[in-house]
Design a protein around this ligand. Structure first.
Ligand SMILES: *Cc1c(COP(=O)(O)O)cnc(C)c1O
Length: 456
């Protein structure tokens, strides 16, 4: 354990207190049976750990921008909190850019990546001065046109796929031979094309790779960074000057979903990178990072009320309000995305008692809607609460509208001397009126009044 308490004990204590206080203060109850909770203290600690980890390995004065991958937790107050902690934003759609701007992120702290940028998106990014990494030759053509027609302060680069291979989860492996992202560096002629692209464009100053997310071992991530660095060195050597001045190493640090401990840590990753690629840290290159999951995952908790406790075929089943709508990956691909579940009683106190193998089910109308199948937990009873841990990234912030289930409210919390825990609303629970509006409510008659002329 280090000064940041990476065993996660403090985090577990804060979480238990928050669940109890959420019940006590009425955020959770029969009429609001599901919430997302965010541990503000934990988020600040992770941001500080990230900054410290790279400060430790880089030469003094090296510019480092940590750009949070907005897709991990696309919530404006979270982006604002991270901004206050010195973290920028990596965006990959007009929506994410709008969130970053709403949070007050400045263009010079924002990076635009995405495999499908439209001409309008590119024009806006260059007009604002946001850094852009071109995904492919066709996109670079579009950028050429924009650079010719107007001056821009945007730092511009190319994303490459070092094709170093995948990890244990196919869907989050971005450096396979056939990944859709970036210029596939080992394909015939690709490396030479990239070098030429820089030789022909003195304004290309960055190089970007993101080797993958959850499931990628540190050694493979380091290899992806090493290949990217070697390419930057080759390009600068061929050009005869340090035209590439910044390397964007992407994000992807895996998260430990098995316990409260933070593992691996940013410090471990930064040291592994310095060992594998010492030249990257000697001060000749500025750095951009794009961590998402590792900054937020462990600071989020979904808490859901057990509406009914039943038994089927000898199996105990707790029917809760958290399922596929808030834990989509876990429900559809449980083998790759298992979540820890903790049991709380009706007052929000940790439940004890003998463990019983049970299913923790969600509210959606299909049999596979299970947060956990055959999990040993103190027996969940009607009116208890089940919490899905480590869900601060890619879970409750990513609502999936199956069964028109409402987006739950999201609340940030901090310990508080007077009340035990103080909450702030991050996102209001979705109203039924909003569900109707988002489901074409304003166009109720649209189809009945649409008929072939002359047919009626
Ligand atoms: C998703 C993504 C990230 C963040 O990945 P995490 O695993 O959440 O750290 C960073 N960069 C790019 C380009 C991405 O697509």
């Amino acid at each position: 354990m280090d000064e940041y308490g990476n065993s996660g004990e403090g985090r577990a204590t804060r979480r238990d207190e928050a669940v109890r206080a959420a019940v006590e203060q009425g955020l959770l109850g029969p009429d609001s049976p599901i919430v997302g909770l965010l541990d503000v203290t934990g988020i600040r600690e992770s941001a500080a750990e990230l900054r410290a980890a790279f400060a430790e390995v880089t030469a003094p004065g090296t510019p480092v921008l940590h750009a949070f991958a907005v897709k991990a937790t696309p919530l404006v107050p979270v982006l604002r909190l991270l901004r206050e902690e010195g973290i920028g934003a990596e965006v990959a759609s007009p929506g994410e850019l709008a969130l970053a701007r709403a949070a007050g992120l400045s263009p010079d702290r924002t990076v635009l990546d995405s495999p499908a940028k439209t001409p309008a998106e590119l024009r806006e990014a260059l007009a604002l001065g946001i850094a852009v990494n071109a995904d492919n030759p066709q996109e670079l053509d579009r950028i050429d046109g924009l650079v010719r027609s107007a001056v821009s302060r945007s730092p511009l680069g190319i994303r490459v796929n070092p094709q170093v291979g995948g990890g244990s989860i196919g869907a989050t492996s971005t450096a396979t031979a056939t990944s859709k992202f970036g210029v596939a560096l080992r394909d015939e002629g690709a490396r030479e094309w990239v070098v030429r692209a820089y030789l022909d464009r003195p304004w290309l100053s960055r190089l970007h790779a993101h080797t993958g997310s959850q499931g990628i071992p540190l050694s493979l991530m380091a290899q992806g960074v090493a290949e990217t660095y070697a390419l930057a060195e080759e390009i600068n050597r061929r050009i005869g000057r340090p035209q590439i001045d910044t390397i964007d190493i992407g994000g992807g640090l895996p998260v430990n979903f098995a316990s409260d401990a933070t593992a691996p840590t940013y410090a471990e990753y930064a040291r592994a990178l310095r060992e594998a690629v010492p030249g990257l840290f000697d001060g000749r290159y500025g750095l951009v990072t794009e961590f998402g999951r590792s900054l937020l995952a462990k600071h989020g908790t979904i808490v859901a009320r057990v509406e009914y406790a039943k038994s089927a075929g000898g199996r105990s089943v707790a029917v809760t309000h958290a399922g596929v709508q808030v834990a989509t990956r876990t429900v559809y691909v449980p083998g790759s995305w298992p979540l820890r579940i903790t049991a709380y009683d009706g007052k929000g106190r940790p439940k004890s008692g003998p463990e019983v193998v049970q299913d923790v089910a969600g509210p959606a109308c299909f049999a596979g809607d299970l947060l956990a199948e055959g999990r040993a937990l103190p027996l969940l009873d009607q009116g208890d609460y089940a919490a899905a841990l480590d869900t601060g990234a890619y879970y409750f912030a990513h609502h999936y509208a199956y069964n028109s289930l409402a987006r739950p409210g999201v609340y940030g919390f901090v310990p508080d001397r007077a009340t035990g825990v103080r909450f702030a609303t991050v996102r209001d629970p979705q109203t039924l009126a909003s569900i109707v509006a988002e489901s074409g409510g304003a166009h109720a008659g649209a189809l009945t009044t649409l008929h072939t002329p002359g047919s009626r």
